[in-house]
Design a protein around this ligand. Structure first.
Ligand code: SF4
Length: 923
């Protein structure tokens, strides 16, 4: 039951119990009711919840209806309770108490309490009035006024800037310094007077923010914009779609409607250009022609045509009044000629449900820039099964040698052009940045003396390029000492970079002189572990209610937009300005030294050399969220092992064990609709041992071929066979081709292989689906498709192989990550030292290693069962799957039905009967 509703900054009132019924769009299953009740209680009881609900169980709808019911009931109850407390407090004056002193003290205390209640109630009423006014007038006057003042100020500033530039030019001419064009003078750094200026402004902003905390909010975040849009569309389907104030936050890349800017594609470039336009300092504004082409208006002081006060405010109001997903926001923005990016940010304060991507919530800087106020509010993280890895990835910073040399070249060019005009303070800081970059480049060229690397690993793992690179792991203090940068005041340097906006100016400057300053845009490279983790950072599709009603006819496997989206989002790491990436690296150096390491990779050529700050303790970036939020819910299709979230996320972030609440529900799919089998041996009694040492043994590969050929004979429709890597998939395919196994398989199934290029994905999937569809009626003997896919590849996440598209999923071997990866080793060592051992006494590092493997397995095998009426068999091929620890690591809805088959005959019989029964039921 709920305990109380006091939040860190709100007065205490009595708790609230869950309602008997939740407003679900269709009759809810018991597991959904359970989910919503537990969620309600967790939010009311200010818990940190770990919620598990398998894909296909309507998790999104349960989250929406559970959380928004709580929000609605809580707001009503909280207001009523405040009113009651005020009345009680005002009446409770005991004048008959003989002890006048204690009576007076008590009265003062009570008056204080009552005042607190009154203030809180007043704040709520004000909030309601604001929303009411918003509804009536569709305009927030106050914000307009502030915005108007801002605009006037900007205008004034522009004039002043112009005057000062003219004076500067005249003085330069007198002093013999070559005069600059107006455009060039825009890139000149303003004089940098005080190191504390920004701080006071920041504190002022904070104070203002404290004054108006807005209404109680639920921040809902997921991994990709597409998942968020899908979530918003689910909200629209519920009764809460009518009157809940929902705002989606997204990047400019997703929301910018100025085609001249959005066509830049790179998120950094879009951000830079947008900011430049707003300042109007470029002296040019875009002009959209009737044919959609965009031209520049010469010498105009206007910024982006969509950044107009009335249009943006109007759109902000509209966003609060109607639930809109990202595409709809963009459409509305185009219609009203208001920028959806800024409109959504203005609307946040009055929103009840803010929908935002991981990065915006999990990165403190981004969070603050978006004015996300955690205190007393709710955070729900969906698709959280890889949350720890995601936090680590967001805060790990990679810099290539190319980025360093690009930044150095830009700075050098800049100094050549502007040094005579820069103030001494500017020069001092620029030289410090230059020094820092030089020191890093020297380290990458092996020019500094190693004074104590923690580990010195030539990457000799199976997939590493052992001849071309060697990696070393350094702690931050060692790194600073080795690069001789330990005397730099990194904090002040970052402050300078931020306040002077040197990264933006340098970027604009270098764009102008593109010919002479060539900066390679380097795509983020990640080492084996992080790419493994990134690949595993999965997304499971939440079923729509319709999927709970009728199985669909075969269709193209659903390539959920996230797949493409995700790639795009990962590619966003390409930085327009290399100095920005270096600034991120500097920021990382300020973190607690035990929480991170620097990986120095020296390649055979400079281009292959890089630095990476590796975050080892993701909880350090979750601490504020746990501390400040009223309640935090992490939810996912499979949250196994729950201990990872409990120990490494919540407890490591400072939570108390009593605050953690765990909830796990079964699958809506009945047990008789799945046939999971762990198989030890193939048809000729060869043990299926796909350990690294044996996996290329021709005997084992032949046995695998026999298993597949037999299974293909009895499985109708589509069959997806997952292999641990692209390299191994190629090896198997070559072996099957040379031994004729492919021909055998082709007699029953048309063979498809996962393409390495995303651009080929749709073609392969379409052909795969077409074959499955035609196989129902054709007479060629082909009964469907067989797809060789790769764990953590393009098919193992974001694609639904529902119904006939995936009647069987086969997992070959256990996809353990490369143990030779220095990152993985360091992470395991960190866990062994800082996190309690697993329940069976195994060191935390080993538990983590095992978990990486099983998260990937679970992600892949979850592709087939997608809704209540779906059915599929799951074959786990490797004798290691029969170990109790392996069984435990599988999702409960699979493990409790798992059949252990030491012999193939037994497994084959089960699969054959399973599909024969389904055929009978269907006819
Ligand atoms: S103000 Fe909005 S529309 Fe204009 S450039 Fe910036 S993000 Fe794009």
């Amino acid at each position: 039951m709920a305990r109380n509703t006091d939040t860190p900054d709100n007065p205490k009132v009595e708790g609230l119990g869950p309602p008997a019924d939740f407003p679900f769009p269709f009759p809810a299953y018991d597991i959904q009711k359970d989910f919503m009740r537990n969620l309600f209680q967790s939010l009311e009881g200010e818990k940190l919840g770990i919620f598990e609900s398998p894909t296909g169980t309507g998790k999104s709808l349960s989250l929406i209806c559970g959380a928004l019911t709580w929000l609605r009931d809580h707001n009503t109850h909280y207001k009523a309770e405040l009113q009651r407390k005020i009345e009680e407090g005002s009446a409770a004056v005991d004048d008959n108490d003989p002890d006048w002193f204690s009576a007076a003290t008590k009265r003062i205390e009570e008056q204080g309490e009552v005042r607190k209640y009154r203030e809180e109630l007043l704040a709520l009423q004000k909030q309601e009035e604001r929303v009411k006014a918003l509804k009536e007038r569709r305009q927030v006057i106050k914000r307009s006024r502030i915005k108007k003042i801002d605009d006037d100020f900007d205008e004034l500033f522009r004039d002043l800037h112009q005057v000062s530039e003219e004076v500067r030019r005249e003085l330069s001419a007198i002093g013999g310094v070559e005069p600059m064009s107006a455009e060039e003078s825009e890139w000149l750094l303003d004089d940098y007077h005080s190191d504390d200026e920004g701080e006071s402004k920041y504190s002022k902003d904070k104070e203002e923010e404290e004054e108006d905390k807005g209404c109680l909010k639920i921040y809902f975040c997921s991994r990709t914009h597409s998942q968020l849009s899908q979530f918003v569309r689910e909200v629209q389907k519920t009764v809460f779609g009518e009157d809940t104030r929902v705002v989606s936050l997204a990047s400019r890349q997703n929301l910018c409607i100025n085609e001249a800017v959005s066509k830049l594609h790179n998120v950094s470039l879009i951000n830079d250009r947008c900011l430049e336009l707003q300042k109007g300092k470029k002296g040019q504004a875009t002009k959209c022609e009737s044919d959609g082409s965009v031209s520049k208006k010469k010498k105009s002081s206007a910024g982006c045509p969509y950044y107009k006060q009335t249009a943006v405010d109007g759109l902000a109001d509209q966003l609060l009044l109607e639930v809109q997903d990202i595409e709809q926001m963009v459409g509305l923005g185009r219609k009203t000629k208001g920028c959806p990016y800024y409109a959504s940010r203005y609307a946040v304060k009055d929103a009840q449900l803010v929908v935002l991507p991981y990065n915006t919530l999990l990165h403190k800087g981004t969070r603050e820039a978006c004015q996300i106020r955690l205190k007393g509010n709710i955070v729900i993280v969906d698709e959280a099964h890889n949350l720890l890895e995601t936090i680590a990835n967001i805060h790990s910073v990679y810099i290539s040698h190319g980025q360093l040399s690009g930044a150095r070249a830009q700075l050098s060019q800049y100094l050549v052009r502007y040094s005579k005009r820069l103030s001494p303070k500017n020069l001092l800081y620029i030289k410090q940045i230059h020094f820092f970059i030089n020191a890093l480049m020297k380290l990458l060229s092996g020019g500094t003396q190693s004074i104590g690397a923690m580990s010195n690993n030539s990457n000799k793992g199976p997939s590493a390029d052992s001849q071309s690179s060697s990696s070393r792991m350094l702690t931050v203090p060692l790194f600073l000492a080795e690069t001789l940068t330990d005397n730099l005041n990194i904090f002040k340097l970052i402050q300078y970079i931020e306040q002077s906006k040197i990264a933006h100016k340098l970027h604009s400057f270098s764009q102008k002189f593109e010919g002479s300053v060539k900066v390679h845009q380097v795509q983020k490279q990640s080492s084996s572990t992080s790419s493994f983790l990134a690949k595993m950072a999965s997304q499971k599709n939440n079923n729509s209610p319709k999927e709970n009603q009728q199985p669909k006819t075969p269709e193209t496997p659903k390539t959920e937009k996230p797949v493409k989206q995700e790639e795009e989002e990962e590619e966003e790491v390409v930085m327009g300005s290399p100095l920005m990436q270096i600034t991120e690296f500097l920021r990382a150096l300020l973190q607690a030294s035990e929480d991170g390491r620097i990986i120095v990779t020296v390649g055979s050529t400079a281009r292959k050399s890089s630095l990476k700050y590796l975050l080892l303790n993701p909880a350090s970036h979750f601490h504020d969220i746990v501390k400040e939020c009223r309640s935090v819910i992490v939810a996912g299709g499979t949250m196994r092992p729950v201990s990872e979230f409990r120990n490494q996320l919540f407890l490591s972030a400072g939570a108390t064990p009593e605050r953690i609440h765990e909830f796990s529900c079964g699958h809506v799919v009945p047990g008789e609709q799945i046939m999971p089998i762990a198989l030890n041996e193939g048809p000729t009694n060869v043990t299926l041992d796909f350990t690294y040492q044996h996996r290329k043994d021709p005997k084992i590969l032949d046995e695998l071929g026999r298993v597949l050929a037999n299974i293909c004979n009895v499985v109708p429709g589509g069959l997806v066979c997952f292999l641990p890597s692209y390299e191994y998939e190629q090896y198997i395919y070559n072996h099957f081709t040379s031994t004729g196994i492919i021909s055998r398989l082709s007699a029953k199934k048309k063979i498809f292989r996962e393409p390495k290029k995303s651009s080929q994905l749709d073609t392969v999937l379409n052909e795969y689906a077409k074959t499955v569809r035609l196989s129902i009626t054709n007479t060629t003997g082909i009964t469907g498709s067989l797809l060789f896919s790769v764990v953590g590849g393009k098919m193992s996440e974001g694609i639904n192989f529902s119904d006939n598209l995936g009647r069987c999923v086969i997992m070959v071997g256990l996809p353990y990550p490369n143990t030779h990866s220095p990152e993985l080793k360091e992470k395991m060592q960190y866990l062994n030292k800082n996190v309690a051992p697993g329940p069976d006494g195994r060191p935390a590092g080993s538990v983590f290693y095992e978990n990486l493997c099983f998260k990937a397995v679970n992600q892949s095998i979850g592709r087939a069962i997608r809704h209540r009426n779906d059915y599929a068999s799951i074959l786990l091929l490797d004798h290691r799957y029969s170990r109790p620890s392996s069984v435990q690591a599988l999702p409960e809805w699979i493990s409790k039905h798992l059949r252990m088959c030491p012999k193939f005959g037994q497994a084959f019989g089960l699969v054959r009967k399973f599909f024969a029964d389904k055929k009978t039921t269907a006819t």
